[in-house]
Design a protein around this ligand. Structure first.
Ligand SMILES: [Zn+2]
Length: 262
């Protein structure tokens, strides 16, 4: 329905996946952050299906490339407003890839329950933080400080890959979280800081984001951060002042604390 196939779709989707592989190779070779400005996006595509504008799971293909060429462990952090069901499907039963997703609860694709923490050997290596509509900067700050940062640090990945969606922005027409541009940049900065513990090996992958001005300034500010250039931000309204998602974050933390020290 929303993932049309045209004569050149295969070639374009393959180029997008290849861009991700090139980006992680660059990051590994140079010890620097990279940003794969890919379209189409990837995190809804599973091992044998496409959906939600995604054909190939760019971030999973890049993670698999790293694992097949010497790396032992990869952390994938996904802050697109939608759950990355495809990525979870690819790695949900494995312990070599940690997958952590923050997403709006109850919207497309309907997966990403806080009670799913992985299957078989992968138990504890999938962390889902579904959040009620309206959650924004203070809720995400809490999710990073209480759950995401401590778990990534304990996992000690060889590299961090980020599903970078900007559809959790308050301007986005497809969903109803309330992150500001500053809130997005704060997450990018936190992940860049974490990546100093793994040789600056971090690669951002563009996923969703349907308000182009917000998408543009958040991506530009993140890339600016790589090279120490501050990009002025326009969309900085703060609506979630009192941590609307506090109980959702606490519930996730309680579940995850069976596997991680939180
Ligand atoms: Zn999305």
């Amino acid at each position: 329905m929303d993932t049309l196939v045209r004569p050149d779709t295969y070639e374009i989707a393959a180029l997008s996946a290849e861009c991700g592989v090139d980006a992680v190779k660059y990051s590994r070779e140079k010890g620097k952050p990279a940003f794969a400005l890919t379209r189409p996006p990837g995190h809804h595509a599973g091992p044998d299906y496409g959906m939600g504008f995604c054909y190939f799971n760019n971030i999973s293909i890049a993670a698999e490339h790293l694992l097949n060429t010497g790396d032992q462990s990869i952390a994938i952090v996904d802050f697109d407003v939608h759950h990355g069901n495809g990525t979870e499907d690819v790695f949900g039963n494995r312990a070599d890839v940690l997958y952590i997703s923050t997403h709006q609860a109850g919207i497309f694709p309907g997966t990403g329950s806080v009670d799913f923490l992985g299957n078989d050997d992968g138990k504890g290596f999938t962390i889902n933080i579904p959040l009620p509509s309206g959650c924004g900067d203070s809720t995400f700050h809490s999710a990073y400080s209480k759950v995401i940062t401590p778990i990534v640090r304990q996992f000690r990945p060889d590299a961090i890959l980020v599903s970078f969606g900007v559809d959790g922005h308050y301007r986005d027409p497809l969903a109803s979280l309330s992150l500001s541009s500053n809130g997005h940049l704060a997450m990018a900065k936190e992940l860049l800081l974490l990546s100093k513990e793994c040789g600056n090996r971090i690669t951002f992958f563009l996923e969703g984001g349907y308000d182009v001005p917000a998408l543009s300034e958040v991506v530009a500010a993140t890339v600016g951060e790589f090279i120490g250039v501050e990009v002025p931000l326009e969309f900085t309204d703060i609506t979630d002042k009192h941590c609307l998602g506090r109980s959702a974050v606490e519930r996730c933390s309680k579940n995850a604390s069976e596997y991680w020290s939180l």
